[in-house]
Design a protein around this ligand. Sequence first.
Ligand code: PEP
Ligand code: MG
Length: 562
Amino acid sequence: MTTSTPSSTGLRGTPVVPGVAAGPALLVRGEVSPEAIARFGDGNFSDADAAMAAYDAAVSAVAATFARKAEKATGPAAEVLTASAGLAKDKGLRGAVSKFVAAGTPLLQSVGAAVEQFVSIFTTMGGLMAERVTDLEDIERRVIAHLVGEPEPGVPTPSEPSILVAEDLAPSDTSGLDPQLISALVTERGGATSHTAIIARQLGIPCVVGVAGAMDIKAGTFMVVDGETGAVEIGTDVEEAAERVAASQAARAALAAWTGSAETSDGTPIKLLANVADGPSAVDASREPVQGVGLFRTELCFLKATEEPSVEEQGEIYSTVLGAFGEGQYVVVRTLDAGSDKPIAFATMPGEENPALGVRGLRLSFGNPGLMDRQLDGIKLAADKTGTETWVMAPMVATVAEAAEFADKVRARGLKPGVMVEIPSAALLAHRMLEVVDFLSIGTNDLTQYTMAADRMATDLAHLTDPWQPAVLQLIAITAEAGVQAGKPVGVCGEAAADPMLACALVGMGITSLSMAARAVRPVGAQLSQVSMDTCEAAAEAALGASDPMAARAAVRALLAG
Ligand code: PEP
Ligand code: MG
């Protein structure tokens, strides 16, 4: 149980990676000093060409920093950094700066004005593009720092293990983080699916986001972060903190040592599966104690493709994922979830006003049925080639008619059809969906977004984009119950499945499989192995009966501890 000394004071945010850490606050302000900017003034350039030459030199230096960091990073972090290097050198951005300079605006203000233009374009585009606004602002600060002769802003290297406190973190801040020196992340903004949360999960360090007032903490202040409760404490007794950290580390080590089998303490089997993006991530996941893949996000294979790959090419790509799994395992392939935060050049509709509510996912096949047919043919090729048991599901399904039509196409190819439950209408009609498909998989990231009408990428709505919200839990419970009644599998493949406490409540509702980032599988499996089905059911009831996410977490925590 978490306690704090009477003298400690606290802030609270949304907990995203469990664990307790303590240490001095390491603040990332990320601003260039106003004195250096004042000293630089208008830069005293002889003409516009000289000003642009200085801009080009600064941009090259910034791109080189990103490229260096990308070399040291792996996986998604490396990709994001390479993209940032490209964005820094963007010709459109340079063109905008050059226009302001030619019109007589001083260079620093020209950079600011050009970035502002791009920020507003990206914000209007929404989704993944809006998420790049933090990257753009980061690039602006770095370019300005180079121009005025200051070091690039970013995370200082601490001399002792510290807690990183920031307003929000850009990929360039987090890519090189050493978990030996940064023992937790706390941000004032950001949500459960923010970049900060993803990196913290990768590093396996406690993380709390959306902590109002975090930036008022003074650098060096001793603090305790609890990634399970969302508490950020100041003034906690150092010895008490050390005990809590040691207990948490021991608990995390025990969880990480779990290797199976996936069942509750009284023997109810649960399928634990991995979410993968491509062949290499599937091979990595196959080394974990999983029964296969619960979500293969096929669109992530095509983020850079300008043209639709042929059926044969798709078959090859899908085979690299299916081929990583064999006897007794299965792979759930999701058809293209293009659009909104995942634009794909050959599939998505440009210029939608509100792409999250637009023609995304399954809806793209309404006007372009061949796109779906060819993908299903590619999946069939891969299934036949590898012999791996293959289930296929569609994203963004809103009506039973959509589910029925999709199921016919999948069955015609001898594969097992299912649909994702990401839209409240699908959850409310889960029992009817199950009359036409063989399984359901709840995408809690989008189900939360659409239930709470809160953009999953919004940095200031973390309290709403929380799968512990009672309304979201109700919809999950309705869906799970429909599965129990129909005797068909209902899984969860959104971020909620990776939360060990929530996993127990989900199983108690009747969820039969949990699919998550491969790294999260062991802690979830270990937690489930420690509780009986009765406790899971009690956890479900307690979570559903709570008035808000924090009360739900507290109620489930108390039950699991007892
Ligand atoms: C979800 O929405 O929960 C989900 C798993 O799909 P994605 O995160 O790819 O939208
Ligand atoms: Mg989704």
